[in-house]
Design a protein around this ligand. Structure first.
Ligand code: PLP
Length: 346
């Protein structure tokens, strides 16, 4: 594959030489026997960072979310979530396939739910209804545009859930982006939720892996669910070492990605026929719309690709761009140049 400037996702990063060295040198064992010291270290470290009793290393964010749903829900239960959240929008309705749960979606603004929107959503306890059981939030919100949830809204929504006897799960695939942008510690965000999923393979730049954190009893159940989903891994310390390295070295630098996304957004705002969505760019993700004169989002992205720039069409006229470890400021400036050239046909 020729070298492209790749802004499709923060999952495209390749491990740095130092991360690779940490991975190559990892102490390993059979993690299905619970004997991989590096996995154990990672689980303890992330649990501590999130202020939870325990954590479980899993292959992906999808598995982490789905196990999260499964430890809370039985068949016939209902989850409440924002309409564009990953768990609802991008996981094949896994909550239904794997846990027998139904979902009730609520449309937020840029992925943000106002706590008032939850009022009255708990179903009455009679035999006609599903049992409303779980509130899921996403921070930062991917399809919302990398939005950092307002802290007070998270606090109030989770309080409402607790007061109504519901459990809470946070899809924190990009929680550390929210931490860096808000300067609110991970454990404070996580403290409002029963379970929290985080990904090492997004902005943190590790090649593989996510973790589900929560009370020891729930993580014990999660361990069983991971096994039946095929997520038991053997000498997984090799990849856990990449995740540990990322926690050590790649959190603070997320601020650079956020600055790059701002720079990119500022550049796009100068280009006629392209329009950045939303009022602000909170973190490393942005969406922009392409005027129909320039064709569809997909066609525009194809023309960008011919110029060496990869961005992700996500709707009829919409394109997503994400900044990450492998795109520096000069890559951003070059991307703006290419966008301008393709938009003006010059
Ligand atoms: C918010 C969010 N949650 C979960 C996931 C799923 O992660 P994975 O691709 O590791 O399954 C993603 C992936 O992009 C995501 O953006």
């Amino acid at each position: 594959m020729p070298e492209y400037l790749d802004f499709r996702s923060d999952t495209v990063t390749r491990p740095t030489p130092a991360m690779r060295a940490a991975m190559a040198g990892a102490e390993v064992g059979d993690d299905v026997f619970g004997e991989d010291p590096t996995v154990i270290r990672l689980q303890e470290r992330i649990a501590e960072m999130l202020g939870k009793e325990a954590a479980l290393f899993v292959p992906s964010g999808t598995m982490s979310n789905q196990i999260g749903v499964r430890v809370h829900c039985r068949p016939g239960d209902e989850i409440l979530c924002e309409a564009n959240c990953h768990i609802y929008y991008y996981e094949q309705g896994g909550f239904a396939q794997l846990s027998g749960a139904a979902a009730r979606t609520i449309l937020g603004k840029s992925g943000v739910l106002r706590p008032e929107q939850l009022e009255g959503l708990v179903r009455p306890p009679d035999a006609h209804h599903v049992r409303t059981r779980l509130l899921c939030l996403e921070n930062t919100h991917n399809r919302g545009g990398g939005t950092v949830q307002p802290y007070e809204a998270v606090e109030a929504s989770c309080r409402w859930a607790r007061d109504n006897g519901l459990r809470t799960h946070l899809d924190g695939a990009r929680l550390f982006n929210a931490v860096v942008a808000s300067r609110i510690e991970a454990s404070r965000w996580a403290g409002h939720f029963d379970t929290v999923s985080v990904c090492f393979s997004k902005g943190l730049g590790a090649p593989v892996g996510s973790a589900l954190a929560g009370p020891a009893e729930l993580i014990h159940q999660a361990h069983r669910h991971r096994k039946v989903l095929g997520g038991g891994m053997r000498q997984a310390g090799v990849i856990a070492a990449g995740a540990l390295y990322a926690l050590e070295h790649h959190i603070e630098r997320l601020a650079d990605d956020h600055a790059s996304a701002q720079r990119l957004a500022d550049g796009i705002r100068q280009i006629d026929l392209l329009e950045v969505r939303g009022e602000s760019i909170d973190t490393n993700l942005l969406f922009f719309d392409v005027d129909p004169q320039l064709g569809t989002g997909r066609e525009f992205a194809e023309r960008l690709k011919q110029q060496g720039l990869l961005m992700l069409p996500t709707g009829q006229s919409t394109i997503r761009a994400v900044t990450h470890l492998d795109v520096d400021q000069s890559a951003v400036d070059r991307a703006i140049e290419i966008l301008g050239k393709v938009a003006t046909g010059s």
